[in-house]
Design a protein around this ligand. Structure first.
Ligand SMILES: NC(=O)c1ccc[n+]([C@@H]2O[C@H](COP(=O)([O-])OP(=O)(O)OC[C@H]3O[C@@H](n4cnc5c(N)ncnc54)[C@H](OP(=O)(O)O)[C@@H]3O)[C@@H](O)[C@H]2O)c1
Length: 378
């Protein structure tokens, strides 16, 4: 389809809460942003939540993870970026603040705080891949960025991972409940290889080998009724920090119960990805602190998440995101971060609706759903 310069294809939420590929105006970037031509995009649970839980407004563009080529550079970013740079980025799709902008589109506007610029030339994936691999395709680049920013807030900001020194003792552990999630696959790599923590991951048995390849020391199957006891036994009751990446009322309790009962430990921190608070935990240990990761405001802008919920940006989280993303970009460009299994959807933007249903129905295990814009049927 050939379109006038100001028009493009985008996946838009209609008034019946259905997602359709439509023609729209190209979003406007400001002096601190980039306009990119999207080459590939990845699907995330937040995309279906914005549709099905009513977070996103009608007529907004969907999509939160993408990769592509820079086509316009904001005035204040000209020292850092050039037209033609290959990047991946995350943005708030189906947003109340920026409804014209989303990753499931021919073009989108991105913030440098959420963007990785690649040194190596990215190619295109020819088929789905079942294994861990180098981030050398647009699809792989699109698959990591939202999770990467989230790992930064959880492991670097809240759980105090350090690039310079080991912040856990040799016999202490980091626990990730949901090791096979997109978040978990990146968290395990940073926890083990960057922060030098011992890592215990909770996931289905079938994903054990892959999570160990990424860096997990111990993998426990959450389907086992005694999963919490197994964690305690295998870590010698030394889980001191944790992220609950599933973060429902059951998993936050399991995560809490799996942490150390040693009252001499000054502070045990449990971070979670679904804004759960301490009140969700029964018999909360005195030394446990619960923190809540939310990646959207890490670019320094407040977020109107739902009609009623406004989330302010926190200055120290924003500062830590800048430090973390700078490190992460170098780490990725040194070829050290790996992507997990990728499932390539067949119809480009036309696959979004189907793909989000698969995510919502929990039919996807340890795989990232990705799409190529060029597969979109005009
Ligand atoms: N707050 C934020 O800023 C933020 C950012 C990113 C994500 N999130 C939220 O975090 C959650 C994870 O997102 P994601 O994209 O990383 O997930 P995802 O890739 O969609 O997660 C899928 C995986 O969840 C695992 N899983 C399901 N139930 C589980 C359980 N009871 N215990 C352990 N693992 C379980 C499955 O593991 P197996 O295959 O091993 O069974 C499956 O492979 C979502 O709710 C998302 O909305 C929040």
């Amino acid at each position: 389809m050939s379109l006038p310069n100001s028009l493009y294809r985008a996946v838009i939420l209609d008034r019946n809460r259905k997602l359709n590929v439509e023609i729209a105006n190209i979003p406007i970037h400001d002096d601190n942003q980039l306009l990119i031509r999207v080459v590939a995009a990845a699907l995330n649970p937040t995309d279906w939540k914005h549709v099905k839980l009513g977070w996103g407004p009608n007529n907004a563009v969907a999509g939160s993870d993408c990769s592509g080529v820079v086509v316009k550079v904001g005035e204040n970013l000209k020292d850092i970026y050039r037209v033609g740079d290959q990047v991946s980025s995350t943005l708030h799709g189906l947003s109340r603040d920026t409804p014209d902008n989303g990753a499931f589109a021919d073009y989108c506007v991105v913030d440098p705080e959420f963007t990785i610029k690649y040194k190596q030339t990215l190619s295109l994936l020819s088929k789905s891949s079942d294994c861990v691999g180098d981030i050398d395709t647009f699809e792989a680049a699109a698959s990591i960025t939202l999770s990467l920013v989230t790992v930064g807030q959880s492991l670097f900001h809240f759980l105090k991972g350090s690039f310079e020194e080991k912040t856990l003792k040799d016999d202490e552990y980091y626990l990730v409940w949901g090791g096979a999630t997109s978040f978990g696959q990146i968290a395990i790599q940073f926890a083990k290889h960057v922060f030098q923590w011992n890592v215990v991951a909770v996931a289905s048995k079938k994903n054990e080998a892959l999570l160990k390849e990424l860096g997990a020391d111990i993998v426990i199957d959450y389907h086992d009724a005694d999963a919490v006891e197994q964690i305690k036994a295998k870590t010698n009751d030394k889980v001191i920090i944790a992220t609950d990446a599933i973060a429902n009322s059951h998993t936050i309790q399991f995560t809490h119960d799996a942490t150390s009962n040693d009252e001499t430990v000054e502070r045990i921190i449990i971070d979670n990805l679904n804004l759960l608070g301490e009140e969700k935990i029964k018999n909360l240990k005195k030394n446990v602190q619960v923190t809540k990761t939310l990646m959207y405001p890490l670019n320094g802008k407040p977020v109107q998440l739902t009609e009623d919920i406004l989330i302010e940006s926190d200055a120290s989280s924003v500062e830590d995101n800048k430090i973390f993303m700078k490190f992460a970009q170098d780490y990725i460009n040194q070829g050290k971060l790996k992507h997990g299994p990728l499932k390539l959807l067949p119809k480009g933007l036309g696959s979004v609706s189907e793909g989000l249903d698969l995510l919502q129905e929990k039919k996807i295990s340890c795989q990232k759903l990705v799409l190529k814009i060029s597969d979109t049927v005009p």
